[in-house]
Write a protein that binds this ligand. Structure first.
Ligand code: MN
Length: 290
């Protein structure tokens, strides 16, 4: 039992060391604590651990664990409040090793998919954002249709892949439970029914795309959707705040072919307090910044 415990401790300490290495600054005290613990640990005879040794070890681990948790909470909070500057999206690291999802998904696929494809989406999104910024600065919107498409295509690619990596795990599988399972049962009847519907939707996506389980905040229910390619000019994982209907039915009787006149006039009737309300609600929802 001691041996297993020491192995677990060893693994955990390695994880802490990695975290501190990656974080680099502001970890002086924790680094000292970790080094002292490692030194003390290397000095003990693992075969003949006394009850006092174990107790001491547990105490030190307890303190270190407390401090590391505090630090990582602080990191998470500051990350949540950070925003991504225009053109500065970065490729999030895979939350596990390339081969961690084998045999379901091979290391070769994961490496290519993450390092090449996802990186290309990040680059494409950054470029689109910068080009749209340039359009605003120079007041030249002649290529706006192109860059909006690029922003939608690469933006959805970046956000959906980020989500995709995170909703898989080498320790995954099994069943949902708790409030999620309750909602699934409410909206689909059973988890089995959701699985069947989701699988059929995924298999039937025309060409390339995604199957998505989504939350509809207005209907307050779960829904299953398909996304062909992955955007049709939206960026999945975003929330609309201000929308303008430019289907002909919205203006044709009055403006005929003058859509521009309709658009320009429309600003006179925007209900900003409502947009503000949506913004306040939507900005409460924060994922990790990427
Ligand atoms: Mn992909």
């Amino acid at each position: 039992m001691n041996k297993q415990y020491l192995e677990d401790v060893e693994e955990w300490l390695r994880g802490v060391a990695n975290y501190l290495d990656k974080r680099q600054d502001g970890t002086g005290d924790l680094r000292d604590e970790l080094d002292q613990l490692l030194e003390w640990k290397s000095g003990i005879n693992e075969e003949e651990l006394s009850a006092t040794d174990i107790e001491q070890l547990q105490q030190r681990i307890h303190i270190l664990h407390h401090n590391v948790t505090k630090l990582s909470q602080k990191d998470q909070e500051s990350n949540l409040n950070k925003s991504v500057p225009i053109g500065k999206h970065t490729l999030p690291p895979l939350p596990y090793a390339y081969n961690a999802l084998e045999p379901v998904i091979s290391a070769e696929i994961m490496k290519l998919h993450h390092d090449k494809h996802h990186q290309a989406y990040v680059d494409g999104l950054n470029k689109a954002e910068l080009m749209m910024q340039k359009a605003r600065e120079t007041n030249d919107f002649s290529l706006i249709k192109h860059w909006e498409r690029e922003a939608a295509f690469h933006g959805s690619g970046h956000y959906l892949h980020t989500l995709f990596w995170e909703i898989m795990s080498p320790k995954g599988g099994g069943n949902p439970n708790g409030s999620l399972l309750k909602q699934i049962e409410h909206d689909f009847g059973s988890f089995e029914a959701l699985k069947k519907h989701f699988s059929e939707a995924a298999k039937a996506v025309e060409g390339v795309g995604w199957a998505l389980l989504v939350w509809a905040p207005r209907a307050k229910k779960l829904e299953i959707l398909q996304s062909e390619r992955h955007m049709n000019l939206t960026q999945w994982d975003t929330i609309p705040l201000l929308v303008l209907d430019v289907w002909e039915h919205a203006y044709y009787l009055q403006y005929k072919t003058n859509r521009a006149g309709y658009v320009d006039n429309w600003w006179r009737i925007v209900n900003w307090p409502e947009v503000q309300y949506r913004f306040d609600k939507a900005s409460q929802l924060t994922w990790k910044t990427q």
